[in-house]
Design a binder for this molecule. Structure first.
Ligand code: NDP
Length: 335
């Protein structure tokens, strides 16, 4: 028997919805969380697809996350939106907040949004891509729980603290990057451990602070920031934006509050949206930026971030998605 299974996106959607519902999510929350995982599966981002479903279900089951949360958006200043996730998962809070943020940025040129009282377990590119498809430049940041040792330290302190950026390209797919400030996203370290593969040197350190390629030792010790002190500085910036600025928690605080059920810690997310039509050269900005993209991609070996995902997106509706059989069995066991 093969140790992988292929599912259609529709089958994967039904599976996710059934598991979340069986563990206490109502229709709206199950739909929003499933949608965010399916966007990851569709783009072959395995670490944020169905791989996350057992964690989502564990947090519903333990009662840490509310499966019937109804996030509330409020306009706290002309350019500032706050969404209280009411103790639910981030995807529904984003569905509620993104249209408000986009409308404010379109009207005023720039707007920011803080999501608080949420549990974030997802990739960030879906939200910035959604904003860029509406003609906006967008940033997103979220913290997590302590997993990454700061430059010079050997104990976990920062979350893997991703940041995502998207730039609108009228008539074309937006430019989107989304990356952890850790050398490797936590989910990918876990997948390496599950599959028995070593991680590249520089991914993390063992409990005594020694560099290691064993993902299990990294999970017990600490992950490393990407690019040494530079990634460490970005991780701190993300803590300040997604924790300090919007009145949420920092990763060390989230770690202390967490019940360790395997799901996401409580946290926040900060997003900023800017309408390029309100800054500088309203008539020519898009065309001007295209000259930069063209000159860059004309160079041999260079590709834009997001291209791998976009290619996968065209393929998975017919190829389906491939899951480890062990993951499918685990998910079936959740119901
Ligand atoms: P990767 O290192 O896999 O990729 C980072 C970015 O670089 C992607 O946009 C990718 O685009 C791009 N890229 C990859 N190769 C190239 C290349 N050769 N040239 C140009 N661009 C390239 O991501 P990470 O492992 O750092 O993060 C993975 C995910 O984990 C992110 O989506 C992040 O949001 C998520 N995450 C979520 C957390 C949470 O708490 N919610 C915590 C930490 C991470 P492409 O996709 O096209 O390859």
């Amino acid at each position: 028997m093969s140790d992988t299974v292929t599912l259609s996106l529709a089958e994967a959607t039904d599976l996710s919805t059934a598991a979340l519902t069986a563990n206490g999510a109502d229709g709206e929350n199950a739909s929003a969380v499933t949608d965010i995982m399916m966007r990851a599966e569709r783009d072959r981002c395995a670490s944020h697809g169905l791989f996350r479903l057992p964690g989502y279900c564990a947090s519903l089951k333990s009662g840490k996350v509310k499966g019937d949360a109804r996030p509330v958006a409020s306009e706290i200043a002309p350019g500032a939106v706050r969404v209280d996730g009411q103790g639910g998962f981030a995807p529904l809070a984003l569905e509620v907040g993104l249209p408000v943020l986009a409308q404010k940025a379109k009207t005023q040129g720039i707007a920011g949004m803080g999501l608080v009282n949420i549990y974030h377990f997802a990739a960030l590119w879906p939200e910035v891509e959604t904003l860029a498809e509406q003609g906006l430049c967008a940033f997103a940041f979220t913290q997590a729980s302590p997993m990454v040792a700061p430059a010079g330290g050997i104990k976990p302190f920062f979350g893997t603290n991703p940041m995502a950026f998207a730039w609108p390209r009228p008539g074309q797919n937006p430019y989107v990057f989304d990356q952890a400030s850790a050398a490797m996203a936590r989910g990918d370290v876990m997948i390496h451990a599950r599959d028995g593969h070593p991680v590249p040197l520089g991914t993390g350190i063992d409990e005594d602070g020694n560099p290691t390629t064993d993902p299990n030792e990294v999970l017990k010790g600490a992950q490393s920031p990407f690019g040494g002190y530079k990634g460490s500085n970005i991780a701190l910036m993300v803590e300040l934006l997604a924790g300090g600025l919007i009145g949420s928690v920092f990763s060390p605080e989230a770690g202390r509050l967490d019940n360790k059920d395997g799901g996401p810690p409580v946290g926040g997310e900060f997003l900023m949206a800017i309408d390029p039509a309100h800054f500088g050269d309203a008539a020519h900005w898009a065309q001007h930026c295209e000259t930069l993209f063209s000159e860059l991609t004309a160079m041999e070996g260079v590709r834009l971030p997001g291209e791998r995902r976009r290619k996968a997106r065209l393929e998975t509706p017919t190829s389906g998605i491939v899951l480890p059989r062990s993951l499918l069995e685990k998910i079936n066991g959740l119901m």
